[in-house]
Design a protein around this ligand. Structure first.
Ligand code: IVH
Length: 692
C-alpha cells in the first residue's frame, strides 16, 4: 500500500475506534466484539509505529496509556473551579429554595446526583481533547491529560458539529465500586495497604506516574457543568443534553424541578435508590437552570449562590454483636474488633467493625448480644456508633475488657494518656514480631519481593527468623527444604534480600518501624542527620530540630535506640551491608550529559534498573518511550520490533551494550552532584473570559 493510503486508513481507524469506544463505554451497547476491536486497534498501532509523525495525540491507541513518566505541570484554570455550599439539613435547604424563588420568581432548578469522586476540568479545542486539569486549589490544578486520555468515557474527539470551537466541561472522575473492589483485592493479595474509599482511590489513580497503570484501574468520568463563550443554549440543562450528543457521559439521573416539593421528592427517591448505583454518591446538587438567573444571583468568593449541595447522612445499619476479638498490632497496641451478624451497608456486606478502644466500649456500654448501629464514614472498616439499649435482654452483662494479651498471655499495660492497651512483650509476642517484619519488607520500606505474610510466618514457625536482621542471614538450603517453598522461591527470596541492601537510608529508617516515624518523618530525619549513628546518638532537643519532629516522636526515637535488642539488630544490619547513611548521588562521568536515553530489551548480568542507574551516573536522563526527544536507545536482547522500527523511522541511534559501555567508560571520571529541584512551571497564559 502507498503511504497516502496508509495515512487515510489511519484517519479512518481513528474515527471507527472512537465510535466503538463510545458505543462500549458511554452508550453501554457495543456493536463489535472485543476481539474485533483489538484487531482494529492493533492495526492502528502498527501504522502509528510506521508513521510516528502522523500519529494523532488523541488517537484511540492513547487509551492504553504508556509507562512514560509524566510530571504534572501546574496549570491555571481559565475560570476558577469553585466549590459548592452544602447542607445536611432539609430545613436549611428549604430556606435556600424559598429565598431563590422569592428573588427570581418563576425559577427552574436542575437536580443532579452528587458524585463522590474527584473534580476534573476538560478543555476541548476544535472538537479534540486539549487538556485535563485537576481542581487543585481552585485557581491552579495539575495537568493530568495523559492519564485522563486512558479513561474510556472521556471522548478524545467529539461527534456532531454544533460544539463551540473552544470550551471547558467539568465533572467528576469516579472509581466504580467494581473497579474499587477489584483493586483492593489485588492490593490485599500483594500485601499492600488498602485504599480507604473510591474517592481517594480515584484521586490517587489520577496522579499515578504511569498512564498504563491508570488505564488498568477502571476509572469513569461523568460531566455536569459546561463553560465557554459560544455555548449553543442559554441554560444548563439544554447545554448538558447537547454535550451528551457530542459524546460525553452525562448522568440520566437528573430532573427539572419548579418547587420545593418536587426537589424534596427527588431527594427522597435517591436517598434510597442511590444504594443500588454501581458508584458512590454523597448527596444531591440543586442548580438554577437559566444562565441569566445564575448571573443575577452571582457568587461568593468560594461558591456560587445559584447552586447548593444537599448531603446524605452517613449510612447506618442495625445488626447483632456476636463477639469481640482483640487484635495485636506490630507496636503491641490492642484493638478490639466486633464480629457482627452480616448486614448490608453502603453496597457491601459488613461482618466486622472496629471499636477503637476500651473507652469506646465503656462510653457506648457495648455488650455481647446487643443490637448495634454500624456506620460507614469515609473509611473502609465501618464502626459501631451506638447501641439499641431497649432491645437488650435482662441477662445482658457489661463487656469486660481483656487484661492479658490474647496472643502471648502477658498482662496488658495502659499508659497514662493513651487510649489503647499495649502488650509489652515486644520481643516474643508473635503478631508483633511478624507485624514488624511485614512492615520491614513491604514495598514502601525494603521492598523485598517473595516475602509475604505467609512466608514470614512459615520462617518464624521454623525458627529461621526472630527479628528483621535475621532476614539477611537466611540460608538458601534451609529455605528450600521448608514446606511450600522449594528451590525457586528460596532463590527469589534471597535475590530480593540481596537487592534490598541497596535500598536508600531513608527507607531503611522507615522500615525499622520506630513508633511514629512514618515515611515522611523518616525522610526528614535522614536529610537532617544523614547517618543512622547520628540519629541514634542525638539528644531529645537535637532530634526535635529536624523538621516535623516533636517531643512525642523524639521520645519514641530515643526509646528505640536505647533498647538492647534494637542495638543488636542494627549491628547485624550494618554487618550485612545495608545503607545506614544518605548517599550523595555520585556522578561517574559526564559522558551522557544532556542526553535522553531509552533502555530496551534484556542485558546479560545487568537488570533494567542497573542499566538506568548507569545512565544517570553518567549524566543521562532515562525516558520510557521512543519519541523524537530521545537521543539514543541502548538495545539489549529482544527489543520489540515496533520500538526498533519507530526508532529507525525517527533516525535515532541504536547502541549495543558494548557500544554503550565503551562510551561511558572512555569518558573522564568523577564529580559529586546535588539533587536538582524540579522546576514545574506553567507556560499557560490564562485566557480572558467570564463564567457566570
Ligand atoms: S457542580 C460551582 N455538580 O462536588 C460548582 N458538582 O462540593 C460546580 N460534584 O467540586 C460543581 N457531583 O467535584 C457539581 N452534579 C454535580 C456534582 C458536583 C459532584 C462535586 C464537584 C465539586 C464538589 C463541590
Amino acid at each position: 500500500m502507498s503511504r497516502e493510503l496508509d495515512i487515510l486508513r489511519m484517519r479512518e481507524l481513528e474515527t471507527t475506534l472512537e465510535y466503538h469506544n463510545r458505543r462500549y463505554y458511554v452508550d453501554n451497547s457495543p456493536e463489535i466484539s472485543d476481539i474485533e476491536f483489538d484487531r482494529l486497534l492493533r492495526e492502528l498501532q502498527d501504522l502509528e509505529a510506521q508513521y510516528p509523525e502522523q500519529a494523532d495525540p488523541n488517537s484511540p491507541t492513547k487509551r492504553v496509556g504508556s509507562d512514560l513518566t509524566t510530571e504534572f505541570r501546574s496549570v491555571e484554570h481559565r475560570f476558577p473551579m469553585m466549590s459548592l455550599a452544602n447542607t445536611y439539613s432539609s430545613e436549611e435547604l428549604g430556606e435556600w429554595i424559598d429565598r431563590i424563588i422569592k428573588e427570581i420568581g418563576e425559577v427552574e432548578f436542575v437536580v443532579e446526583l452528587k458524585f463522590d469522586g474527584t473534580a476534573i476540568s476538560l478543555t476541548y479545542e476544535n472538537g479534540a481533547l486539549a487538556r485535563a486539569v485537576t481542581r487543585g486549589d481552585g485557581k491552579r490544578g495539575d495537568d493530568v491529560t495523559n492519564n485522563v486520555r486512558t479513561i474510556g468515557t472521556v471522548p478524545l474527539k467529539l461527534q456532531g458539529n454544533n460544539y463551540p470551537a473552544l470550551f471547558e466541561i467539568r465533572g467528576e472522575i469516579i472509581m466504580p465500586y467494581a473497579s474499587f473492589n477489584r483493586l483492593n483485592a489485588e492490593r490485599e493479595a500483594a500485601g499492600e495497604s488498602l485504599l480507604a474509599n473510591p474517592r481517594n482511590a480515584a484521586a490517587g489513580t489520577l496522579k499515578l506516574q504511569s498512564s498504563q497503570q491508570v488505564a488498568q484501574r477502571g476509572l469513569d468520568c461523568t460531566l455536569y457543568q459546561i463553560a465557554g463563550d459560544d455555548l449553543p443554549y442559554d441554560n444548563h440543562w439544554q447545554n448538558l443534553e447537547a454535550a451528551r450528543s457530542w459524546g460525553f457521559k452525562i448522568s440520566n439521573h437528573t430532573a427539572i424541578c419548579r418547587s420545593r416539593g418536587e426537589i424534596e421528592a427527588f431527594i427522597a427517591h435517591w436517598d434510597t435508590e442511590r444504594k443500588a448505583l454501581p458508584y458512590a454518591t454523597d448527596g444531591i446538587v440543586i442548580k438554577v437552570n437559566r444562565y441569566s438567573d445564575q448571573r443575577s444571583l452571582g457568587s461568593t468568593a468560594k461558591s456560587p449562590r445559584w447552586a447548593v449541595a444537599y448531603k446524605f447522612q452517613a449510612e447506618k445499619a442495625l445488626t447483632k454483636l456476636i463477639s469481640v476479638d482483640y487484635q495485636v498490632g506490630r507496636t503491641g497496641a490492642v484493638t478490639p474488633v466486633a464480629n457482627l451478624e452480616p448486614v448490608q451497608l453502603a453496597g457491601t456486606i459488613v461482618k466486622r467493625a472496629s471499636i477503637h478502644n476500651a473507652d469506646q466500649i465503656a462510653a457506648l456500654d457495648i455488650r455481647i448480644g446487643d443490637m448495634v448501629y454500624v456506620e460507614k464514614g469515609g473509611e473502609i472498616i465501618p464502626k459501631i456508633t451506638g447501641v439499641d439499649v431497649e432491645a437488650r435482654g435482662a441477662d445482658s452483662k457489661p463487656l469486660e475488657y481483656i487484661t492479658h494479651c490474647p496472643e502471648c498471655g502477658s498482662p496488658l499495660v495502659r499508659v497514662e494518656g493513651e487510649a489503647k492497651h499495649f502488650c509489652p512483650n515486644s520481643g516474643e509476642c508473635k503478631p508483633q514480631i511478624i507485624g514488624r517484619i511485614e512492615h520491614f519488607v513491604k514495598r514502601k520500606a525494603m521492598d523485598i519481593e517473595g516475602l509475604g505474610g505467609e512466608t514470614i510466618e512459615l520462617l518464624w514457625e521454623n525458627g529461621l527468623i526472630r527479628d528483621i536482621s535475621d532476614i539477611y542471614y537466611l540460608d538458601g538450603h534451609q529455605l528450600a527444604t521448608l514446606p511450600r517453598l522449594g528451590e525457586k522461591s528460596a532463590a527469589n527470596i534471597l535475590e530480593g534480600v540481596r537487592r534490598s541492601k541497596d535500598v536508600p537510608f531513608e527507607r531503611l529508617l522507615f522500615a525499622l518501624g520506630i513508633r511514629y516515624v512514618g515515611e515522611t518523618t523518616a525522610k526528614y530525619l535522614a536529610e537532617h542527620f544523614r547517618t543512622l549513628d547520628a540519629i541514634a546518638t542525638a539528644t531529645l532537643s537535637e532530634l526535635a530540630e529536624a523538621e516535623e519532629v516533636g517531643a512525642k516522636i523524639a521520645e519514641s526515637i530515643i526509646e528505640y535506640f536505647a533498647a538492647e535488642e534494637n542495638k543488636h539488630i542494627i549491628e547485624r544490619l550494618r554487618e550485612a551491608g545495608l545503607q545506614l547513611e544518605i548517599k550523595d548521588k555520585v556522578r561517574s562521568s559526564n559522558a551522557l550529559e544532556g542526553k535522553s536515553v531509552v533502555v530496551s530489551g534484556k542485558f546479560p548480568g545487568l537488570s533494567r534498573d542497573d542499566m538506568k542507574a548507569l545512565v544517570e551516573q553518567h549524566g543521562g536522563r532515562n525516558l520510557a518511550a521512543v519519541s523524537a526527544n530521545v537521543d539514543f536507545i541502548v538495545a539489549g536482547d529482544n527489543m520489540g520490533p515496533a520500538k526498533r522500527q519507530k526508532a529507525e523511522k525517527l533516525g535515532i541511534t541504536i547502541l549495543t551494550l558494548e557500544e554503550f559501555i565503551s562510551i561511558i567508560s572512555d569518558a573522564p571520571q568523577m564529580e559529586v552532584v546535588q539533587e536538582e529541584e524540579n522546576p514545574a512551571k506553567s507556560n499557560n497564559e490564562p485566557i480572558q473570559g467570564t463564567l457566570f
